[in-house]
Design a protein around this ligand. Structure first.
Ligand code: GLC
Length: 391
């Protein structure tokens, strides 16, 4: 069976309809709820399967979980709260958010369908979400995240320095994530207050790159429907761009994440250094150095099944560990899009080829060993279908 047909079977078994909404779970076996950035990726993948109605519905279901204050939660429990972890939930949703990919997904839906009515239907929700991010979490125009789950990169090696731990085991990280959540709940899930405690006060390069790219998408959507909100985004984008360059740029020339009073995390040699390609914030010459010196470096990132989450030279690198060395297809997709935008077509093509090879080797797993291509996590994982949007 070819990869697309194999993938269609996975998607069909991961589709759900609840309360009149259709959405897709990341994996029937391990992730039985709806997740924010997963659903945005699913919508994009549906477009490449020519399932535009599913793409629209995926976003509609996600927006149904939006809070009155504008936040879009990172998990929606359509069946009620039945997860084994306590996500600090106050409703049938978590009280955290995730990399804000939804405007980009809607822009892609518009490009594929030219459906202005759909853009009009969802635009107000998008606008309320991006304003909430800036008003609630903005610091010098960049967005602060308050829990590792908000980064989308849960056990990421760079967060070790935020917790002040070395070589944490999986159990230590589990206790950290849980402990932060308990403190957040004690603060009444009020993120403005919680940020002041410095328990987890992080500006992630990935999150802010996704935010900036999505502000650009929101601006385009505002123009498409002649919304009077256009001005807000046109004025905000240059501020975010310049703050991104000013604050995230480390003396090594790489863009890195920050915590507390803008201290750089200690392990900056990780895959998020490539995310600035996605949001178009680099000069051509910065992009060239990033690609030629770092991405294509076989000792660091350019393995047989790239791109490892941490540089292979980093002390933290573990090829099989969750967000601590493994390869993820959504990350490859971000870098692929950025490479294309900056004109690195051959490198992008090779990244596409190697991403497909990981799936050929192991199936649609959640993550992959960057050296052997061996898959880990569930093997019915939907966002790995982003290979179909690398074209
Ligand atoms: C894991 C990932 C997160 C993803 C979720 C559902 O928690 O770290 O990014 O959204 O699984 O797939």
């Amino acid at each position: 069976m070819d990869q697309k047909n194999q993938y269609r079977l996975i998607v069909e078994s991961n589709q759900r309809t609840k309360k009149g909404f259709r959405y897709t779970v990341p994996s029937s076996s391990v992730y039985p709820n709806q997740w924010l950035w997963d659903s945005c990726f699913h919508a994009i993948i549906y477009l490449s399967l020519n399932e535009t109605d599913y793409a629209k519905d995926e976003v509609r279901a996600l927006l149904h979980g939006q809070w009155g204050n504008g936040m879009i939660p990172h998990v929606i429990y359509w069946d009620g709260h039945h997860d084994k972890l306590d996500w600090g939930t106050v409703k049938d949703t978590s009280s955290l958010t995730q990399p804000p990919m939804v405007a980009y997904a809607v822009e892609r839906i518009y490009s594929a369908t030219k459906d202005k009515t759909y853009v009009k239907e969802v635009f107000d929700s998008l606008d309320r979400y991006y304003r909430w991010l800036q008003e609630e979490r903005g610091l010098d125009s960049l967005i602060t995240i308050i829990h590792p789950w908000e980064s989308g990169l849960d056990d990421f090696g760079s967060w070790d320095s935020v917790y002040g731990v070395d070589n944490p085991t999986k159990e230590v990280l589990f206790r950290k994530k849980r402990g932060i959540l308990i403190e957040y709940v004690k603060h009444g899930t009020n993120s403005k207050e919680f940020i002041k405690t410095n328990i987890f006060n992080v500006r992630s390069v990935l999150f802010n790159a996704v935010y900036l790219k999505n502000l650009r998408s929101t601006l385009s959507l505002a123009k498409i429907i002649n919304s009077d909100k256009e001005k807000y985004y046109a004025e905000l984008i240059p501020k975010v761009e310049s703050s991104f360059r000013k604050n995230h740029l480390h003396e090594s020339g790489l863009y890195a994440s920050l915590y507390n009073e803008n201290i750089f995390v200690s392990s900056i040699e990780n895959v998020s250094i490539f995310l600035p390609l996605f949001c178009g914030v680099l000069t051509k010459s910065e992009a060239r150095t990033l690609v030629e010196v770092h991405l294509l470096n076989e000792e660091k990132y350019w393995s047989k099944f790239p791109i490892p989450t941490m540089s292979m030279e980093s002390d933290i690198f573990d090829p099989d560990r969750y967000w601590r060395g493994s390869t993820w297809i959504n990350i490859n997709w971000f870098v692929y899009k950025g490479l294309r935008d900056y004109g690195f077509h051959d490198v992008a093509e090779e990244l596409r080829r190697r991403s497909i090879a990981s799936i050929e080797e192991s199936g649609f797993h959640e993550y992959f060993n960057p050296l052997s291509g061996k898959g880990s996590g569930p093997n019915d994982f939907c966002w790995s279908g982003l290979i179909f949007d690398m074209d």
